[in-house]
Design a protein around this ligand. Structure first.
Ligand code: UD1
Ligand code: CA
Length: 462
């Protein structure tokens, strides 16, 4: 089977400069979901019809293996869009799946069931259906095309809301915008379509009555979940679609053995992977290609983006980890920030108000409070006291530093990069260190402390 995805329209109800179909849902363009669903239904050969701001739409799918077809007049209507891709399917003697690009909730399971249904009809009833249309009953069918059926339940036609009579508007069975047609029948019917009197558009839905007139049968296939048919026409539809996809994803992971506390507040994107016994707390945000391994905890309000979190890592509340890797058994936060290709080794603790940037931190390192570690390589079992700052920027350039295994960097010391602090060396609290410290040495840089007996009390009482 081949598939055509319609993505050329203006989407005027969306009120956007950006094409509707590339607006993001959980960090991916709306259209990506449709392409992905079609692929997961086992269809390799995919054509996407573009028109309005075509380059932007094509760019949004640059990583996908699809062919693009150009609709000259993006106001021509959905039938005109299908005509625009005619080279893709005209000579193909088989079924073609057509999906609206604004239907991100359709599932691949449903598409597979539809394909199976067609084969069953061929095998047990001995003929090819002209068309199979995904439909559902909606309490409020406003805005959707209505499926008009004869008393024997055969489809007669689809009528668009704008062209529907009073009685037709009362029909609650709606067209989802997902169709499978037998191409020779589609081809014949497509060129009989006349522009709508109301809008001047060529409606793809009009092929149905022509296929039926030509003596072929068109059947409806009921969506197992009515939410699957949601077409995204407005920003509010987008918000609803995003929410539904988010909950679907969370449910998927919950069934794989992940705990979500207050799942209604958790954000998770489609490329994130989670392992068993991961525990996610309220308002956590998991983005991009993040991977969270077994038994790790993501605390309240924390953000993990394009990062790998090892086994049994504890990301405490309100921490941010971006484009980095945290190894097994470490603790990050609360209120920590690890970013730009940083690595934190095993069983280390990056604590509150500590920022780690483009740095490699060894195993069993403690940097528990109020520090900045930038462009630095920190060995194993190093202690970074409260308030330690690596001054990596001289106003013009960034410099790199290195701190050896088991070094002790006392509170509030300032290390001026580039610098090398040796293994087992000891930096006294409050020191400004601007020279390398050899292995095993101690560095103290501090003005002499003076104590004047009685003078304090006298000053306070004066
Ligand atoms: C369409 C169906 C309607 C169905 C609904 C389901 C038609 C005539 N109507 O209505 O029966 O209930 O979807 O959501 O098909 N597009 C193009 N070129 C165009 C016009 C549209 O490529 O000239 C694309 C759009 O980018 C969009 C899709 O086709 O992805 C559907 O177009 P839209 O205008 O949203 O159709 P609806 O009015 O929602
Ligand atoms: Ca639509």
């Amino acid at each position: 089977m081949r598939a055509i995805i319609l993505a050329a329209g203006y989407g005027s109800r969306f009120k956007s400069d950006k094409p509707k179909v590339i607006h993001p849902i959980l960090g991916k363009p709306m259209l990506w979901y449709v392409v992905n669903t079609v692929k997961n239904a086992g269809i390799q050969d995919i054509g996407v019809v573009v028109g309005h701001k075509a380059e932007e739409v094509e760019k949004s799918l640059k990583e996908e293996d699809v062919k693009f077809f150009y609709q000259k007049n993006p106001k021509g209507g959905t039938a005109d869009a299908v005509v625009s891709s005619i080279d893709f399917w005209r000579s193909y003697d088989g079924y073609v799946l057509i999906v609206n690009g604004d239907s991100p909730l359709v599932s691949s399971e449903t598409l597979k069931q539809m394909q199976r249904y067609l084969l069953m009809v061929e095998e047990y009833e001995g003929f090819k259906l002209g068309g199979l249309i995904l439909t559902t009953h909606l309490q409020d069918p406003t805005g959707y095309g209505r499926v008009v059926k004869a008393s024997n339940d055969r489809i007669l036609k689809i009528v668009e809301e704008k062209d529907a009579s009073h009685e037709e508007k009362a029909i609650t069975e709606v067209n989802s915008g997902v169709y499978i047609f037998y191409t020779p029948y589609l081809l014949n019917a497509l060129f009989r379509i006349k522009p709508s009197k109301e809008t001047g558009e060529l409606y793809l839905t009009d092929v149905v009555s022509f296929i039926v007139e030509n003596g072929h049968e068109v059947r409806s296939f009921m969506a197992s979940d009515p939410l699957e048919v949601l077409g995204v026409n407005t920003r509010w539809d987008l918000a609803i679609a995003e929410n539904l996809l988010r909950l679907k994803l969370i449910r998927f992971w919950a069934e794989k053995g992940i705990t979500f506390h207050s799942p209604e507040t958790v954000w998770i994107e489609p490329d994130v992977t989670l392992e068993e016994d991961v525990e996610i707390f309220p308002s956590a945000v998991l983005k991009g290609k993040s991977k969270i391994k077994k038994g790790s905890v993501i605390g309240e309000g924390s953000i993990v983006e394009n990062s790998e979190i090892g086994v049994n890592v504890d990301i405490q509340p309100y921490s941010i980890v971006r484009n980095s890797k945290i190894d097994d058994g470490s603790t990050i936060g609360p209120f920590a920030h690890v970013r730009e290709k940083s690595y934190v080794g095993e069983k280390s603790h990056i604590g509150n108000f500590v920022e780690v940037k483009k740095s490699k931190i060894g195993d069993r390192v403690n940097a528990k409070h109020l520090s900045y570690l930038g462009d630095t390589e920190v060995g194993d079992r190093v202690n970074i006291g409260a308030g330690v700052v690596i001054a990596n920027f001289d106003g013009k350039r960034k410099h790199k530093s290195k701190i050896g295994d088991r070094a002790f960097v006392g509170s509030n010391s300032l290390l001026i990069s580039p610098i090398k602090v040796g293994k087992l060396s000891y930096i006294a609290g409050g020191s400004v260190v601007s020279k390398d410290v050899p292995d095993g040495a101690m560095a103290v840089e501090r003005a002499k402390l003076k104590i004047y007996e009685g003078k304090g009390e006298a000053k306070i009482k004066k």
